[in-house]
Ligand binder design. Structure first.
Ligand code: AMP
Length: 302
């Protein structure tokens, strides 16, 4: 079943101890789409500038990614530059040039308006609500991402949006900021009272947790010897999680738990190479093999 994603499509410049790229495909919606399309068809809504050529678009081609919603505006595409520390544990943002993304108002093509699964990427919460208004009927599952910028500047607007969604996917720092709580469990309980029925907290190399009703699931990050570039890991996690649910046309408790494994695995592949390089060569069978290995690692009999 189709999965709609709204978010940034960008050019990134990334510096890591293992190498750098000066101009590569990036953006949250790009990582999300490449990860999710391995599992289910994706409909992308985003904006790029005149500098985004047919060659740049090739990153999406040959996959189940519909680009009818990728708007081309006059001006330059979103550009982001970041540099990682030698242990890859911290990142400095060197540049964020919003360019055409600054005036981005998502417009859903007619063919997108009945998508049963929707992922609202990290944009202004009022615009996220506007996307939902354009849907012809309530999707089966709406998930949302946000970041510190929107939590601190548009808390009230974000509160209204949270009431309309089913699942929230954020990192641990954002969860604590949103809940104004330093303890993660307390923060999670508080966030579940804000609207979403499921809360996924991503914790980078420490794994991820899902809070759904009264149940908690903790999933490790897939252990890797070589991590080269953490950029986009969270977006790829979200792509794996949502892609799996969309492929089952359902989001019951058991599927949500299994979707966490797909999220963790897609995140782990994303960090193996610089930028989106690993996602571009990744095959479905490699995803399935790693999901099985991760499930095995988590199995304990008591
Ligand atoms: P992550 O590593 O999960 O933070 O994702 C990094 C990706 O998000 C990069 O490819 C950037 O192009 C994109 N990005 C960076 N800043 C923003 C922002 N303010 N809004 C939307 N996307 C962003």
């Amino acid at each position: 079943m189709s999965l709609l994603v709204v978010g940034s499509v960008a050019f990134d410049a990334i510096e890591t101890p293992f190498g750098k790229t000066e101009w590569t495909a990036g953006g949250a919606a790009t990582y999300f789409s490449l990860a999710a399309a391995l599992l289910s068809p994706v409909r992308l809504v985003g904006v790029v500038g005149e500098d985004f050529t047919a060659k740049d678009e090739a990153v999406f081609r040959g996959r189940k990614i519909d680009l009818a919603g990728l708007e081309r505006a006059s001006g330059k595409s979103f550009f982001w530059a970041g540099r990682y520390s030698s242990d890859l544990r911290s990142r400095e943002t060197l540049r964020t040039d919003l360019n055409v993304f600054a005036a981005f108002t998502p417009k859903l093509p007619e063919t997108y308006r009945e998508s049963p699964f929707v992922f609202l990427g990290n944009i202004d919460p009022a615009l996220q609500r506007n996307v939902l208004k354009q849907m012809r009927r309530r999707p089966k599952l709406v998930a949302l991402d946000t970041m510190n910028y929107w939590i601190s500047r548009t808390r009230k607007e974000l509160g209204k949006t949270l009431k309309l969604i089913d699942a929230l996917l954020i990192n641990d720092e954002e969860a604590c900021q949103l809940a104004e709580e330093s303890n993660l469990l307390r923060a999670a309980r508080k966030i579940l009272r804000m609207g979403p029925k499921a809360l996924v907290i991503k914790r980078g190399e420490y794994g991820s947790m899902m809070f759904h009703g009264d149940s908690i699931l903790a999933v490790p990050a897939y252990p890797l010897e070589d991590v080269r570039d953490p950029t986009g890991a969270g977006d790829s996690f979200a792509g794996g999680f949502m892609g799996y649910l969309a492929s089952h046309a359902n989001a019951n408790h058991g599927l949500l738990r299994r979707a966490m494994l797909y999220g963790s695995v897609l995140g782990s592949f994303a960090v193996e190479q610089l930028g989106v390089a690993r996602l571009r060569t990744l095959k479905r069978r490699e995803v399935e093999a790693r999901v099985r290995a991760l499930a095995q690692m988590m199995h304990v009999q008591i």
